[in-house]
Design a protein. Structure first.
Length: 136
């Protein structure tokens, strides 16, 4: 019986570690210096549509892959729940679908050239034109 709690603890540790090597990135001209978990969720789930300075938020996501799965896990959403939530926002006129790209390099390039853009990538892919924000 002791193995069940130990296995559950190990599982939760793995889940908590998932995404530890990922980074939330924003356009290099953004004035934001850090995000809370609530802000992260609000941006990536379409609940918050502008930055503090009034710039429109442009969410950029990967079509799939490890970093995208890590983001969904962090948000507590399945791929279907994530897309369905965004479709509801579009249908009600409260949002636009996230920009979708096929690679982390494309994601970095799009975030770098788009004011207000935010994305989630492997931390090793952070490059010129974007900045990684710590989560507080």
């Amino acid at each position: 019986m002791r193995t069940v709690p130990a296995l559950l603890a190990a599982l939760f540790a793995c889940v908590a570690a998932a995404g530890a090597d990922d980074a939330v990135i924003v356009n290099g001209r953004a004035t934001t210096t850090a995000l809370s978990e609530d802000e992260l969720r609000a941006f990536f789930l379409g609940k918050r549509t502008t930055w503090e300075d009034g710039t429109k938020v442009v969410v950029v996501v990967l079509r799939g892959g490890g970093s995208h799965e890590s983001l969904l896990q962090r948000l507590g959403k399945s791929p279907q729940q994530f897309i369905t939530g965004w479709k509801k926002l579009v249908f009600t006129g409260k949002g636009s679908m996230p920009e979708q790209v096929n690679s982390e390099d494309e994601l970095v390039a799009l975030v770098a050239r788009t004011p207000g853009a935010i994305g989630w990538i492997d931390a090793g892919k952070v490059a010129d034109g974007v900045k990684a924000l710590p989560l507080r």
